[in-house]
Design a protein around this ligand. Sequence first.
Ligand SMILES: C[S@@+](CC[C@H](N)C(=O)[O-])C[C@H]1O[C@@H](n2cnc3c(N)ncnc32)[C@H](O)[C@@H]1O
Length: 338
Amino acid sequence: MRYIGSKKLLLADIERVIDENVKNAESFCDIFSGTACVGNYFKKKYRIISNDLLYFSYCIQKALIENNAVPQFKKLGFNPVEYFNNLSETELSYLPQDKRFCVNNYSPVGNRMYLKEDNALKIDFIREKIELWRRESLINENEYFYLLAVLIEAIPFISNISGTYGAYNKFWDKRSLNKLIIKDLPVFDNKKENKVFNENSNELILSIEGDIIYIDPPYNRRQYSSNYHLLETVAKNDFPNLKGITGLRENDKKSDYCRKHSVLNSFEDLIKNARFKHILVSYSTEGLMGINEIEKVLTLYGTNYKMYEIDYRRFKSRGKCKQEDNLKELIFYVRKDL
Ligand SMILES: C[S@@+](CC[C@H](N)C(=O)[O-])C[C@H]1O[C@@H](n2cnc3c(N)ncnc32)[C@H](O)[C@@H]1O
């Protein structure tokens, strides 16, 4: 999935920093996991602890990190992914009006253009089916979250947006005309008890410990809850009140890491309370915290401080405008003697 601040293209760099500084480790914590691509990558080496404030991220983490196999759906008795991809119009038409949240709020029926009406209806139908199967105990918890994850992963491919759900396009983008297609997700078996959470990082940190923690907080004021509200609503299925033209969720969780006045205190609190021997932090030279501020906090609580710079254009894979020439993606390392 396209995600602000995704570290998909930085995985080898993170691994290099670990290889250079960490001799023995058994566990790895990805405390701001977003798409879960970092935890999933390091699942081959470590027992993973993973967390994010957003519930849709938690669903993906449950599917990819906590699961150690693609579920079998034995009790259901058929392949739900195939079933979802072959829904007939008649079957879809049976979905009651009060279950059509996406149709009534994110498609032209609700005066918004995030989704074409047929795709919105399919999402509503699939979401309702997943909930029904869970209620009737036809699927277990692993199967439930796996199905939520495959649905969530499919939605961005047919969404009428330019990157995030902060706004929809005024004209239908080519991708939004495609049909929703649900695809299986590959699940790696590391034969370990991986654990995932949906908590505020600064609260969770008080109850976990391990060897390596990877800290990848938001860099700027853009709240993830606003930029991915539609995925959050599908994941939660909570039929929220929406506000404004863009249909943001009312009363969403806001992150202190996206606020200039609170970010540094939150960061210091997190580092202070981290019971991990090795701390890695990802940040950008354009972030709300300055390099000096980060260095000050890390050296206050850790030793062996190092900072690695990665060229932004390489990180982004496609070189773009000149403005970005000085932009650098940073990885900090400190050792914490517990
Ligand atoms: C830079 S992104 C992480 C990207 C991720 N490493 C990836 O590659 O997909 C930051 C993430 O932090 C989450 N977040 C923001 N504030 C948080 C908090 N206080 N506790 C936990 N997660 C938080 C956001 O929801 C977002 O997914």
